[in-house]
Design a binder for this molecule. Structure first.
Ligand code: SAM
Length: 347
């Protein structure tokens, strides 16, 4: 972590009348104070965005945005700063669609919930606010579109595939293919991924049922999901589909029984990728597709065995008899085909 060469922080004071600081507030004073807090809190994304695009971290002598954020803002995580940047982007797009500033109705949580469908939401907002001249009406429309989108997402989560569907979804695989990856296995990946903004295709993952998706989103990455159980067969994706999705990298823990075919198809798609696979016999089953990927192929080697779970959010099962690693293409630093990743005990 880098720290600025000299600290020249200005003395900033938040004036509070100490004589009456503990006295109960009148209705007007409480209203005034509450409004001031709301304005300050809701302006945070504007300030963080300004600092980000203006590279405030470099101006203050920090090498990395994460160091600047963590040090200047009392431990604010990089992920939190990216959530605020995400909120800023959503507000900018929806304000443009609505023809007015909609920041009053787009909370950070709402922005995060709908960001993966931002284009669609913006189209809805534009359609429903056309012709409205009253700003309050436009804000009501935006709030409603956000609510409907979030409710629809929640409903589809509640309609999660049944076990039978999930088993059937293994496509060319078998029922023993359904293993959930723990958060700890995803942590080392954050060490090799380029910093956000980056659009990740979690290509065998269901949102709400994948720690891969959770960890990447928490770290500020934009994640697009697809899975056979939600109707998308990975093997039916073509290069053109992948280009149209505008994803930068593909990441997942693929079904074990079709790992060889999976890897070949990924290489054919031409996208950079990282897939979590058992190392057992890797030289055998991954040999041909990896050789086809040439110097871009590589491996993120893990120092601990990964235990998976067969039920969502259940404890991972016992001591796995095999090691796992992330097979990559186009993800490791140039000239490196082997990178060492430490799996944290908890994450
Ligand atoms: C080993 S599980 C991994 C689940 C999740 N990615 C994780 O890491 O926790 C394999 C996943 O691949 C999905 N799957 C199996 N065959 C598939 C196919 N042909 N296309 C897309 N997804 C498939 C299954 O539905 C399952 O979600």
């Amino acid at each position: 972590m880098t720290t600025p060469p000299t600290s020249t922080r200005a003395a900033v004071s938040t004036h509070v009348d100490t004589d009456s600081a503990c006295a109960p507030l009148s209705f007007e004073a409480a209203r005034h104070l509450t409004d001031a807090i709301r304005i300050t809190v809701s302006a945070l994304h504007v300030l963080v965005h300004r600092a980000y695009v203006g590279k405030a971290h470099l101006a203050l002598g920090y090498g990395r945005w994460a160091d600047y954020v963590g040090s200047e803002f009392d431990g604010m995580s990089r992920a939190r700063s990216y959530q605020l940047l995400g909120q800023h982007e959503v507000i900018a797009v929806l304000s443009e669609a609505a023809g007015t500033d909609v920041s009053d109705v787009v909370t950070e949580k709402a922005a995060r919930d709908i960001k993966h469908r931002l284009d669609l939401v913006a189209t809805e907002v534009a359609e429903h606010s056309t012709g409205l001249t009253d700003r309050d009406q436009v804000l009501t429309v935006v709030a409603e579109v956000l609510n409907v989108t979030r409710r629809a997402d929640a409903d589809s989560l509640n309609r999660m595939p049944s076990m039978a569907q999930l088993r059937a979804s293994q496509g060319r695989g078998t029922s023993s293919d359904l293993w959930y990856t723990p958060r700890t296995a995803v942590a080392p990946l954050l060490g090799i991924l380029p910093p956000p903004p980056l659009r990740v295709w979690a290509h065998a993952d269901v949102r709400g049922r994948s720690h891969i998706v959770d960890v990447l989103e928490e770290a500020g990455y934009e994640v697009v999901c697809s899975d056979l159980s939600t109707g998308q067969d990975f093997f039916s994706f073509t290069r053109a589909d992948v280009e149209a999705m505008e994803v930068d990298v593909a990441i997942t823990n693929p079904p074990y029984s079709v790992r060889r075919l999976w890897l070949s198809h990924l290489v054919d798609l031409g996208i950079p990728f990282a897939v979590l696979v058992p190392e057992t016999g890797v030289g055998e089953w991954a040999f041909a597709p990896l050789r086809a990927a040439g110097a871009e192929a590589g491996m993120l080697l893990l120092n601990r065995r990964i235990a998976y779970s067969q039920r969502w959010d259940a404890k991972p099962l016992g001591n796995p008899p095999f090691s796992s690693g992330w097979i990559c293409r186009g993800m490791l630093p140039p000239g490196q085909q082997l990178v060492f990743g430490e799996v944290p005990a908890s994450f």
